[in-house]
Design a protein around this ligand. Structure first.
Ligand code: NI
Length: 173
């Protein structure tokens, strides 16, 4: 497995619309493995393919719940079949926007259909943090970052800080 470099916002590669995979073959499985390893190494709970420069509709999530076993989920072509009317506000972060957090409103519960690691079509109904995380990662597949769902004032502040940090990192010492 390989650790992949994570793209930091603002970056046009985070604004793409990712393409569905035809099947989950060896190459998609390798991407899923690498993404999971990359996410764990970065202490994240979710990662989407565009964040590592891949244009396929693939996400991985691993939300460790107090009363549940570690349960990494790899999804190709995830789609929402149903969402609850109830909404949930939770603080979100993102490996592409390091050290920035904001409260985002999402559906409290969702039903999602996807192709799993074995190539099987699956449906799952989930709620709470896992539902939030899946919605956040699915947004990445359509070029949407969590800052696109908060006030433009706060969004611009975060993106400005990030681009400043990037420029400083790129500048010769
Ligand atoms: Ni993210």
């Amino acid at each position: 497995m390989t650790l992949l470099p994570i793209i930091i916002a603002p970056d046009p590669r985070l604004k793409i619309t990712a393409k569905p995979v035809k099947t989950v073959d060896e190459s998609v499985r390798r991407l899923m493995d690498d993404m999971l390893e990359t996410m764990h190494a970065a202490n994240g709970i979710g990662l989407a393919a565009p964040q590592v420069g891949d244009k396929r509709r693939v996400i991985v999530v691993d939300v460790v719940d107090e009363d549940a076993e570690p349960d990494p989920v790899q999804m190709a072509n995830p789609e929402l079949l149903w969402v609850s009317d109830e909404m949930l506000n939770q603080e979100e972060g993102c490996l592409s926007l390091p050290e920035h957090y904001a409260e985002v409103e999402r559906h409290d519960a969702i039903r999602v259909r996807y192709i799993d690691y074995q190539g099987e079509i699956r449906e799952r109904e989930v709620a709470g943090v896992l539902a939030t995380c899946i919605q956040h990662e699915m947004d990445h597949l359509d070029g949407i970052l969590f800052v696109d769902r908060i006030s433009s004032l706060k969004r611009n502040m975060i993106l400005r800080k990030l681009s400043k940090t990037k420029k400083m990192a790129a500048a010769p010492a």
